[in-house]
Design a protein. Structure first.
Length: 168
């Protein structure tokens, strides 16, 4: 677990990180989202695209989950991420990405100034062979997690600086 992107970010930015990776079981169910919303946090990375069983389920749960976190934490940065390896079920990847973009746009349209979007495909963009960064076609390997940590970490730094904070 020390090489998961959250742990890499924690070390690099010298910040506490709680990784509630549910190993394929995080599906933005209401009890889980309400529990997450009850936690004290300064930033939330919303990354469960892969765990939603299909685009229809993702459409039903993604914005709802965002809204629950945002209602409980109106001022924290929330980072929305799409799946990094679109080669897994590519026929649905664009549909799934659009759902997350729709959540992002709805937040912006509602006046949310502290929401961020990361196209997960950008983590491996320009690299030789996406399969070199995942173990089983889904889960990132150490290099994949490192690349994800770079992209997500940069967005975290941007969010903190935008709020007038510093990592020093």
């Amino acid at each position: 677990p020390g090489l998961a992107y959250s742990n890499i970010i924690s070390r690099k930015l010298d910040m506490d990180v709680v990784n509630l990776g549910f190993s394929g079981n995080a599906k933005a169910e209401l009890p889980i989202m309400n529990y997450l919303a009850s936690l004290e946090m300064s930033l939330f990375v919303y990354d469960y695209d892969h765990n939603a069983p299909n685009p229809e389920y993702l459409a039903e749960t993604h914005k709802r989950g965002f809204d629950i976190i945002r209602a409980a934490h109106p001022d924290i940065p929330i980072i929305l991420i799409t799946r990094p390896n679109v080669a897994t079920n590519p026929s649905k990847a664009e549909e799934r990405k659009k759902i997350i973009i729709d959540t992002y746009r709805a937040a912006l349209d509602a006046g949310d100034k502290n929401v961020y979007y990361i196209d997960g495909e950008s983590f491996f963009l320009g690299m030789e062979g996406e399969s070199d960064f995942v173990i089983d076609g889904v889960h990132p390997n150490d290099v994949g997690y490192y690349l994800m940590a770079e992209g997500i970490g940069n967005t975290i730094v941007q969010a903190i600086e935008r709020m007038g904070g510093s990592l020093e």
